[in-house]
Every structure is written in structure tokens, then in C-alpha cells.
Design a protein. Structure first.
Length: 277
């Protein structure tokens, strides 16, 4: 396990994933009924942006650093930016567990899974004594089978693997099919990198040929994705998206690109329905 999220926390890809995650959580809060969130690759929960790892890459400065500089208190990114600020940005950046925890109501639960011993220990310490949060040290892929469907029968599964092993797109496609069978009412949010178009096209094609219904891909890219060695963009595959996701996702991606883009002629965003309902 070589991947450490501390080098990348708060970068453009985190901003995209977390802005859409915050929107999805607000959608779940529209109904009183309790929900559960399963975060299969949770990370350490919070990142010190003055730590050597964050300083070494400085990636957060072109991500959340830029968004915090926006003055607009309204607009499609306002909820997300305000929440990161309330949770300590720019000194600290909240990872997905911290963002989700901040939006749980007393009747809701968060289940975090993290395999790296250090990150797991940090996450477990953060939520020790919190009766609404469970932290597991186990394999996120195995946890999908063991921990779904949640008894609430409502909620969201976030899959955010590090993409450090071969075949990660194939595992995601299998996991999406599995979850659509086991937890049909649940929302799935699955992050993936866009380095080069070919693997992303193959992933979408595999999903389109599979049995899972109702899949939408939200994507943002800062430059033409032609260099497979660079993170040129990223996507969030959403299954069972809540009402108005497609309409409201576009303005969020446009606002992210306006703030985080590098004026590259190859930049862009898209919201694409991969599989019909
Ligand atoms: C991209 S980071 C997660 C970031 C986090 N979801 C967030 O948004 O703040 C991926 C995490 O997965 C962990 N990880 C890697 N392989 C894993 C596995 N098989 N099961 C669970 N976690 C794993 C890594 O240690 C890393 O912390």
C-alpha cells in the first residue's frame, strides 16, 4: 500500500468529489428517514495542510486553496466551501469521513473502512466514542459484501480506491453491479481518475454492457487527457442519483472548472448518462 492521500488532500480531484458528495448528502437529508453512509476507502478523515506531505506537492493550493479565495457566498459550490471552512480549511482539509459526519443527523450513521494501519489509527482515534460512526480496518472491497445492505435500507456508498493496482476499473465495474443487486435503493458514488481516455471509455462500455441500471458519469478535466502519467481529470460515477442531480451537477462542474482550470484549451466537463434507469 504505497498510496497516501495526505500528498493529495484538497487537490482539484478532492474538490470535485467532495463538492458532489456534499450535494448528495444534502439530497439524502431531504427525507426524515434515517440513512447510512459506507465509505469503503475512507482515508484518515482530516489532513494537516501544513504537514510535509501537503507542502511537498502543494496540490491543495490549486484546489481548495483557490476555492477558499472565492468571495461568492451563493452559487453551486457555496455549501461545500462553507463546510470545508467550518471544518478547518485552509489549516486542515476535511476528508470524506469528516464531511459526511458533519452532515449526519442524530438518526443517521457512517461506516468507514480503511486498510492502511496509520490512516486507520488516525480515523479510529478521531471517531472514538462517537456512537454514530463505526471505523473498520479491513479490505474495502470485501466490506462491500459484508456491510451491505445497511438495515436503514437508505443511504450512500462512496468508493474511492487509490488506483495503485492493475484492474481497478474492472473491480469497480464488478462492485457497482454487486451493489446495484444488493442495495438497489442506495446511491453509489464512485470516483475514478481520467489520465487517458481509453481506460475510461472501456469502463463506461463495460458498465453499459452490464446489468446495472441508472448510471450517470460526472467528469471534469483540466487538459486534454492524453498523457497517461498525469491526473488530467477525474470522474464520479453516480448510480441511483437523487432528483435534480443531472441539472444541478453541471453548474457545479462549470464553477469548479472556472475556479480550478488552467485556461487550457483542452479543458472541459460533462455529465453523461451511461445507462438508463
Ligand atoms: C483516495 S484515498 C481516500 C480518500 C477519502 N475517501 C477522502 O475522500 O477523503 C484511498 C484510501 O484507500 C486506502 N486503501 C487502499 N487500499 C484499500 C483497501 N483494499 N481497502 C480499504 N482501503 C484501502 C488508502 O490507504 C487510502 O487512504
Amino acid at each position: 500500500m504505497n498510496y497516501r492521500h495526505a500528498f493529495h488532500a484538497g487537490n482539484f480531484a478532492d474538490c470535485m468529489k467532495h463538492a458532489l458528495l456534499v450535494w448528495l448528502l444534502h439530497a439524502l437529508r431531504r427525507k426524515e428517514a434515517p440513512f447510512a453512509v459506507l465509505d469503503t476507502h475512507a482515508g484518515r478523515g482530516e489532513y494537516d495542510l501544513s504537514a510535509p506531505e501537503a507542502e511537498r506537492t502543494g496540490e491543495w493550493r490549486q484546489g481548495i486553496g483557490r476555492l477558499l479565495g472565492l468571495t461568492a457566498e451563493e452559487g453551486p459550490l457555496a455549501d461545500y466551501v462553507a463546510l470545508t471552512r467550518a471544518l478547518g480549511a485552509p489549516a486542515r482539509y476535511p476528508g470524506s469521513p469528516a464531511l459526511v459526519r458533519a452532515l449526519l443527523r442524530p438518526q443517521d450513521r457512517l461506516i468507514c473502512v480503511e486498510l492502511h494501519p496509520e490512516d486507520h489509527a488516525a480515523l479510529a482515534a478521531r471517531f472514538r466514542g462517537d456512537r454514530q460512526v463505526a471505523v473498520h480496518r479491513r479490505d474495502g472491497w470485501e466490506a462491500l459484501r459484508a456491510l451491505t445492505p445497511p438495515p436503514e435500507r437508505r443511504g450512500l456508498v462512496l468508493m474511492d480506491p487509490p488506483f495503485e493496482q492493475e484492474g481497478e476499473f474492472d473491480r469497480l465495474a464488478e462492485a457497482i453491479a454487486l451493489l446495484r443487486r444488493r442495495f438497489r435503493a442506495g446511491i453509489l458514488a464512485v470516483w475514478y481518475p481520467i489520465k487517458h481516455r481509453a481506460p475510461v471509455r472501456a469502463f463506461h462500455a463495460a458498465l453499459a454492457a452490464g446489468e446495472a441500471r441508472d448510471l450517470i458519469a460526472a467528469e471534469l478535466w483540466l487538459r486534454e487527457p492524453t498523457d497517461p502519467t498525469r491526473l488530467n481529470g477525474c470522474g464520479l460515477l453516480v448510480a441511483n442519483a437523487p432528483f435534480r442531480f443531472t441539472e444541478e451537477c453541471g453548474p457545479m462542474l462549470a464553477a469548479l472548472l472556472a475556479a480550478l482550470g488552467e485556461c487550457d484549451s483542452g479543458e472541459g466537463w460533462a455529465v453523461t448518462r451511461i445507462v438508463e434507469e
